[in-house]
Design a protein around this ligand. Structure first.
Ligand code: HEM
Ligand code: HEM
Length: 166
């Protein structure tokens, strides 16, 4: 029998690839000549966000698809111990889901209401900066740990991911 629980993580990664790919394609095709592609990729992003939120709301506690829950208390306790999952991931994930979702939603609205094109463009440009910040943060956390681990020899292979809560 197909065990859906085992597939949760691979499915989340596949979802992330569809979302990230759709986002990049829509950003790069936001031109009149390539409007059909822009429209298609943009709607893929919108559908991906809707699926993520719907599944996230239905998923039981502790499930990988549960929506991220940012908390100030988690940041405070993380700074005291400096161990465990970095609490900023949850904040960044919520901001990303919100801003990328708004970029796609305002795009869908601009498809019918031309007046809202400027608003859509503004949110889309802002979302790109946040996505770039997200990629920089992920590289800083994961690569930084790997490189530091290699230099001081204290981190065993794979340990850096466990320490990050993965
Ligand atoms: C090379 C590029 C990228 C890398 C390495 C990367 C990596 C990651 C990682 C490791 C996480 C999980 C963070 C966690 O533990 O909570 C994540 C989450 C996320 N990423 Fe990316 N990402 C990339 C590009 C993008 C792009 C282009 C988008 C555009 C929309 C994006 C949107 C998101 C969102 C919305 C989440 C939150 C997922 C959720 O919990 O629902 N990422 N990313
Ligand atoms: C997250 C996904 C999306 C991103 C990153 C994005 C990005 C952009 C950007 C940067 C522009 C400005 C282009 C320019 O004038 O230089 C734009 C314009 C536009 N987008 Fe999107 N968009 C997305 C989703 C959508 C969706 C779902 C639709 C619906 C069909 C859409 C419809 C439009 C329209 C109608 C314009 C104005 C076109 C024009 O000025 O010729 N977008 N988009």
């Amino acid at each position: 029998m197909l065990d859906l629980r085992k597939l949760s993580f691979p499915l989340l990664h596949a979802w992330h690839a569809v979302l990230g790919g759709g986002f990049l394609v829509s950003y790069l095709t936001a031109d009149e000549d390539t409007y059909a592609m822009h429209q298609f990729a943009g709607y893929v992003v919108l559908a991906a966000i809707i699926v993520r939120i719907a599944v996230g709301l239905l998923a039981p506690s502790g499930h990988p698809w549960r929506l991220p829950r940012p908390s100030i208390a988690a940041i405070r306790s993380w700074f005291k111990k400096r161990r465990g999952r970095n609490p900023f991931f949850a904040w960044i994930a919520v901001v990303l889901l919100g801003v990328v979702g708004m970029a796609a939603l305002t795009g869908a609205i601009a498809d019918f209401v031309t007046k809202t094109e400027d608003l859509h463009e503004g949110i889309a440009e802002t979302s790109m900066w946040i996505v770039l910040g997200h990629i920089a943060f992920v590289i800083a956390i994961y690569k930084g740990r790997k490189i530091a681990g290699r230099f001081n020899g204290r981190l065993l292979p794979g340990r850096e991911l466990k320490e990050a809560g993965q």
